[in-house]
Design a protein around this ligand. Structure first.
Ligand code: FES
Length: 82
């Protein structure tokens, strides 16, 4: 069983998405233009996560900054604004 566990652990280390909806085979969030427009009207902008580390995925919660500081990476959100 050690070989199987080592194999699975190596595969999981390569995952970009560590914990969001892992029961699904593929994540494809669909967001309507109306939802985007309503969020922009309410908050002036809407910010979507592209690092897969946000606790409020698919929205950015700023966690990318911690990841970038720890790893030297340069990921950041997709921002829609007026
Ligand atoms: Fe993922 Fe900001 S938390 S891009």
């Amino acid at each position: 069983y050690k070989e199987v566990n080592d194999y699975l652990n190596r595969k999981q280390l390569a995952w970009v998405n560590k914990d969001y909806c892992k029961s699904k085979n593929k994540i494809a969030d669909i967001i309507s233009r109306q939802e985007v427009n309503e969020a922009i009207e309410k908050n002036g902008k809407v910010v979507y996560c592209r690092c897969w580390k946000s606790k409020t995925f698919p929205y950015c919660d700023g966690t990318h900054a911690k990841h970038n500081a720890e790893t030297g990476d340069n990921v950041g959100p997709l921002v829609f604004k007026e």
